[in-house]
Design a protein around this ligand. Structure first.
Ligand code: SF4
Length: 928
């Protein structure tokens, strides 16, 4: 039986005499998480004791109260009348099983625990060996899928043209390099085939043929997740149910390297959890085949097989436990935890520099002067906050198996019960998968998202990472996915990615450890930002916009442009970029979302400037900007030149943290939506340039932070996570008001609509830009007339009181009333596409969508930020204590109230809303 529970007290260890001699044991008090005690559900809260024997004491000693523990194949025991559990010879002890440790992290931990930490900090470095390794892996996958080797090499090198060009590599030399490595793969695959079916034939006879994988025997790359062992990873291949790992290095010994065996053993564990019996593992060292026998001595055979003993598998789980326990405390390894010799470590210099700069204890020692204390303290705080975010991502993983498919669908985390239709192979070895929806349930999943596509079982079934290419929302709507591997998808789950946390951590590292001293002096308040005088007038009819451009052009360090809704922020950005380019600056234009990047480019194009390139995926870039998209594939030199020579490069902040972008330099980084970015998220773009301009509005949506904001350990209010929820933009606006300009003339809203937001959020400084804007009403729309509206909607701002129905996330009465209102506006001549409905919960979004025509946009506040409509109707679903996302932060309501141009209707329960002073004032304004 498996025992799972939360550690409920201190662990005690001792040595006892047994019939086999002295043995170590550790006793762990736990509170079982389920009915493991066998005494019925009532016993769940009763603590019990688990005895861990032998080597498992090492894992037990890592446990602290509050951690989760799983013991597999445990047996029931009784000691002095007290019942408990004990490990058996088949048991595994797993610390914090919901923390899914990556297989490659276990491998680095084997080399040295500190190496694992260093890898986290600096991310995957932009260097040729890493890119070559990826290419060889891709070719391996292609060969397993039956692609011809030359065709694969040609295509894969072509696909990575930009990356190779930025590394200064030529296509021909890379192809040659990959070819040498691929020879090992081919030879080995041929051996397998000869041994299996073509024993008598000469190798020459078959060399021109493609490897034809036997599907029952082989599987190429495969994503594996273990809920029991808390491990996840992608096996390079599985042959006969056993893992095969590819290494692009050499190994002249008979046996595989220990760290490589550990990696293969992790996959063996993952495969065994799926019911397989794994007794071997294979490592394929591709460089062995590129070596000349007369120059090298040793075993040049590329493929090395080893037997998978239970001792190794248990060792691997103990290693994994060390990582999970350290991450529970968000600790920093010193290197003393392992046995590695620093003098043979490739990362010794980095290790010493990081230790020196951050004043960390390390086995390698320290070099260089430590960062000032405030910078180290800042690093530490943000490191912990980012790691707290990572834990939240892991909690999301756990929900993949903790929640039933229906619960996940109800939680908007999955689309279930799709009807699988077909799969088509695409050029380049990828697959296109078609399915149909059987319901129009809402979910967080959107086109362009990466999801886990599965046969209905995302953890133990067939599952692959896939990108959503098309997602029609209605019942019977088509779903199109692309994936590296085929999967008969009937379910899509939100994929909890650590991508953002990884990129934030490496941006934080680069900003503090590699950033210029001057930049840090300003960021840490030791020096004031400096501006050069700029005499020129850039925008004639708007003083604030003109000053914003002058600040952006004249800043030596940074400038801040505060752009409330509708104030022409995008126009100002485009004008500033043109002015900078005129002065010879190279600019990286970035924003949190693809939409904002494309909007800014559109403004540039409207101003007659198109000398830019757009970085991003085909599905992420808006159609009209695709002609400017920089293709990643092609001739390396040409691609790199296009990127290096473009006066303006545009990319999301996530892309700014990519390996390719880290190889580029700019004079200025101009970052839009900066108030929605965390400080490290902003650094991803700012690190690329000598100076930066942030544009945003800290009175609208703040950065999205998953971890709960709590008390920090020092007792200070807010806690570490609070650091992430405050943007760098907001911090700098308050630190350096003189470095910022607020755009104070809005071109969107009727004066009556803007009045409340101006007063509550912008100190009354926001004004209509022109009398025309101030006086705009629905009568200005061709064919529309306010006369045709009922009296209650006659004013540009209206409140419709609907008593709440006390349901938590939906309010049918409110939804029905909103459907009536939509009809009223339509009857008054407002086109449906000009009407937007904002609701606080996705469930209410679904409720309303079911009652209004398709061309009325209905969505949450977050989805509306950055857009506007002629008419906006806000559904509050307000009952009792004003719980819900829209009420969490007044800034959300600011976003909702500033979307309309000509009419705003608030629909909600007045008694509930009046219980809060801000909403009370809002009602007063809406009713007068
Ligand atoms: S230098 Fe030493 S402590 Fe640092 S990562 Fe390498 S082996 Fe570990």
């Amino acid at each position: 039986m498996n025992v799972r529970g939360i550690v409920a007290g201190e662990v005690s260890t001792r040595t006892v005499g047994t019939e086999y001699g002295d043995r170590e044991l550790a006793e762990v008090p736990i509170r079982p998480a389920d009915d493991a005690s066998g005494a019925g559900a009532d016993a769940v809260d009763q603590p019990t004791r688990v005895t861990c024997w032998g080597k498992w004491t090492e894992s037990a000693e890592l446990l602290e109260p509050g951690m989760e523990l799983v013991v597999t194949d445990a047996e029931r025991t009784e000691f002095r009348g007290e019942e408990g559990f004990s490990t058996t010879g088949d048991s595994y002890v797993v610390v914090e099983p919901s923390f899914l440790v990556n297989v490659t992290d276990i491998r680095s931990w084997t080399e040295c625990p500190r190496l694992y930490y260093l890898n986290k900090l600096s991310g995957i470095p932009p260097n040729y060996p890493v890119t070559k390794g990826t290419l060889v892996h891709e070719v391996f996958g292609d060969l397993l899928r039956g692609r011809a080797v030359e065709e694969s090499i040609e295509a894969r090198v072509e696909e990575r043209g930009l990356e190779l060009g930025m590394l200064g590599e030529s296509a021909e030399s890379v192809r040659e390099d990959v070819r040498k490595n691929a020879a090992a793969i081919e030879g080995w695959l041929e051996q397998g085939r000869l041994g299996k079916t073509d024993g008598g034939r000469e190798t020459a006879d078959v060399s021109a043929e493609r490897f034809a994988p036997d599907e029952s025997e082989w599987r190429s790359e495969r994503l594996l997740i273990s809920a029991t062992f808390g491990i996840r990873g992608r096996a390079d291949a599985i042959r006969g149910g056993a893992p095969v790992e590819l290494k692009t290095g050499k190994n002249l010994r008979k046996e595989p390297r220990f760290k490589d065996k550990v990696q293969a053993a992790c996959y063996a564990l993952l495969l065994e959890e799926e019911g397989g019996e794994v007794d071997t593992g294979t490592l394929l060292y591709t460089k062995n085949s590129a070596l000349e026998r007369d120059e090298e001595t040793g075993d040049l055979t590329p493929a090395k097989e080893f037997s998978m003993g239970s001792g190794l598998l248990k060792y691997v789980v103990r290693l994994r436990n060390e990582i999970a326990a350290m991450e529970f405390d968000r600790g920093v390894p010193t290197g003393y935890e392992g046995n590695a010799s620093c003098e043979y470590c490739f990362e010794q210099d980095t290790c010493m520099v990081v230790s020196g700069r951050l004043d960390q204890e390390s086995k390698a020692g320290q070099i260089g002067a430590a960062l000032p204390e405030e910078e180290r303290e800042y690093f530490e705080r943000f490191y912990r906050a980012i790691e707290a975010e990572r834990r939240e991502v892991h909690r999301e993983y756990a929900k993949l198996w903790e929640q039933s498919p229906e619960e996940r669908a109800d939680d908007d985390r999955a689309l279930i019960d799709l009807e699988f239709e077909e799969m088509r192979p695409l050029k380049g070895g990828r697959w296109e998968i078609h399915a149909r929806r059987r319901s129009d349930e809402s979910s967080k999943i959107r086109e362009g998202d990466l999801v886990l596509a599965s046969d209905g079982r995302p953890v133990r079934g067939e599952a692959e990472l896939a990108r959503i290419e098309r997602l029609e929302s209605e019942d019977g709507g088509e779903v199109v996915l692309t994936a590296d591997e085929p999967v008969e998808a009937t379910r899509l789950d939100v994929y909890p990615s650590e991508f953002t946390t990884d990129r934030q951590l490496s941006a934080l590292h680069d900003a503090l450890l590699k950033g210029s001293e001057r930049r840090k002096d300003v960021l840490f308040g030791r020096e004031e930002p400096v501006f050069r005088e700029v005499e020129e007038t850039f925008i004639e009819n708007n003083a604030a916009q003109d000053e914003a451009v002058r600040k952006a052009v004249g800043c030596a360090d940074l400038a801040l442009i505060h752009g409330p809704p509708g104030t022409g922020k995008t126009y100002t950005i485009a004008r500033a970029i043109r002015a900078m380019v005129d002065r010879g600056d190279r600019v990286i234009l970035s924003a949190f979302t693809n939409r904002a990047v494309d909007n800014a480019l559109e403004a540039l194009r409207d101003q007659g400037f198109t000398d830019f390139v757009r970085m991003g995926t085909e599905s992420g870039v808006r159609e009209d900007m695709l002609p400017f998209r920089l293709e990643r594939s092609g001739d390396p030199e040409e691609r790199a030149r296009e990127l290096r020579e473009a006066p303006v490069v545009a990319a999301t902040t996530a892309t700014c943290g990519s390996r390719v972008m880290k190889e580029t330099e700019f004079d200025v980084a101009l970052v839009d939506e900066a108030a929605q970015l965390t400080e490290p998220g902003t650094f991803a773009a700012a690190n690329l340039a000598d100076r930066f301009v942030l544009v945003g509005d800290h009175e609208q949506l703040p950065p999205v932070v998953r971890a709960e904001t709590g008390e920090s350990e020092t007792g200070a209010a807010g806690g570490e996570e609070a650091d992430l929820s405050r943007s760098l933009f907001e911090r700098l606006v308050s630190a350096y008001p003189g470095a910022g300009v607020m755009l104070d003339r809005q071109y969107r809203m009727n004066q009556r609509i803007q009045a409340f937001a101006s007063r509550e959020f912008y100190d009354g400084e926001l004004r209509p830009a022109t009398p025309e804007v101030a006086g705009r009403t629905l009568d200005d729309i061709a064919g529309a007339s306010r006369e045709a509206l009922p009296d209650e909607l006659g004013d540009p701002v209206a409140f419709v009181d609907v008593a709440g129905d006390a349901a938590r996330h939906t309010d049918g009465k409110e939804a029905a009333r909103i459907a009536d209102l939509v009809e009223c506006y339509e009857a008054a001549g407002v086109p449906r596409a000009e009407i937007g409905v904002i609701a606080p919960f996705r469930a209410q979004v679904g409720e309303i969508r079911g009652r209004v025509p398709d061309d009325v946009t209905v969505d949450t506040v977050d989805r509306f930020q950055g857009s506007s409509e002629e008419v906006i109707i806000v559904s509050f679903v307000a009952t009792g204590d004003l719980e819900g996302p829209i009420f969490e932060d007044y800034r959300r309501i600011n976003v909702a109230l500033t979307r309309p141009k000509r009419a705003l209707v608030l629909v909600g329960d007045s008694r509930a809303l009046e219980s809060d002073p801000v909403y009370g004032r809002m009602l007063e304004w809406a009713r007068t």
